[in-house]
Design a protein around this ligand. Structure first.
Ligand SMILES: [Fe+2]
Length: 276
């Protein structure tokens, strides 16, 4: 581990990938990231116009505010929108914007596939790795939650403040970690105090590893921000899931397969979307 707590090299990543702790990744792990992102205003304009985009209020609170503000945001120019509070998400960049001439042409070839190759060459396998996007206006937040997949967040514009808990298992339960319905209603526990929280500030160009089932919340302050994120579904090292995903798999297989399958909640993409 480096002085700032970041993961310096692949052997260390192989040890720490499943810890419930958000960490920055050093350039040793991200040196294959060569994609040049389009201008921020163009991204916001085109993603907002896409029917699959999700737009929420971004109000800072202890839990998700699921108010849909798409109508309001689409009435504004991108330049105007970027001066307001909002959270914008898109959960399939390749399918919507990856074709030749489209907004994210080259992202798959220049970022996603090289990262998949790096994972494979270091003993990892996965069901899917795919790219999604989060953008936020100033003074906006994605409030307290946990994710069902491991995520690699590559910051492109602005700073993001990632807050998480020093002792995550003290504040969660097995039931909360696998129950999609209760994930929609999570609130930051009222007893969480300043001493229970650590913060990682993510600057443009940096990459942050956000392991599955890590309770966290993300804020912007004076400026908007945009992050390209890789979702890792079914990530295994030497054939083994992380302990929390294995716990969830075991539970789903033994108890909940019929009801979750019927609700369409078994795919990681629909689980990610369900939160927003
Ligand atoms: Fe998250």
């Amino acid at each position: 581990m480096s002085g700032d707590g970041s993961v310096r090299a692949w052997p260390e990543f192989q040890q720490r990938w499943s810890e419930l702790r958000n960490v920055l990744l050093s350039s040793d792990l991200t040196r294959g990231f060569s994609y040049n992102v389009p201008p921020l205003e163009r991204i916001v304009e085109e993603v907002c116009a896409d029917e699959c985009a999700v737009m929420r209020s971004g109000i800072k609170s202890s839990s998700f505010d699921l108010t849909d503000i798409s109508g309001e945001l689409r009435r504004r120019s991108a330049a105007e929108a970027l001066r307001t509070r909002f959270v914008l998400a898109h959960f399939d960049l390749h399918r919507s914007f990856g074709a030749p001439g489209q907004l994210f042409e080259g992202l798959e070839e220049q970022w996603v596939e090289p990262w998949r190759a790096q994972l494979r060459s270091h003993g990892f396998t996965f069901d899917r790795v795919f790219s999604i996007l989060f953008a936020a206006g100033p003074h906006s937040a994605t409030n307290y939650h946990m994710d069902f997949t491991h995520q690699l967040a590559w910051q492109q514009y602005g700073d993001k403040h990632w807050h998480a808990l020093n002792e995550p298992d003290r504040w969660t339960t097995k039931a909360l970690r696998y129950d999609t319905k209760s994930m929609l209603q999570l609130s930051k526990p009222a007893a969480v105090g300043a001493r229970d929280i650590y913060t990682v500030v993510q600057r443009p160009g940096s990459a942050l590893w956000n392991p599955q089932a890590t309770p966290h919340w993300v804020e912007t302050f004076s400026e908007p921000a945009l992050t390209l994120t890789l979702v890792h579904a079914g990530l295994r090292l030497h054939g083994r899931l992380c302990p929390h995903e294995q716990e969830r798999e075991d539970e789903l297989l033994t108890v909940r397969v019929p009801s979750l399958a019927a609700a369409g909640l078994l795919s990681s993409r629909s689980s990610e979307r369900a939160r927003y």
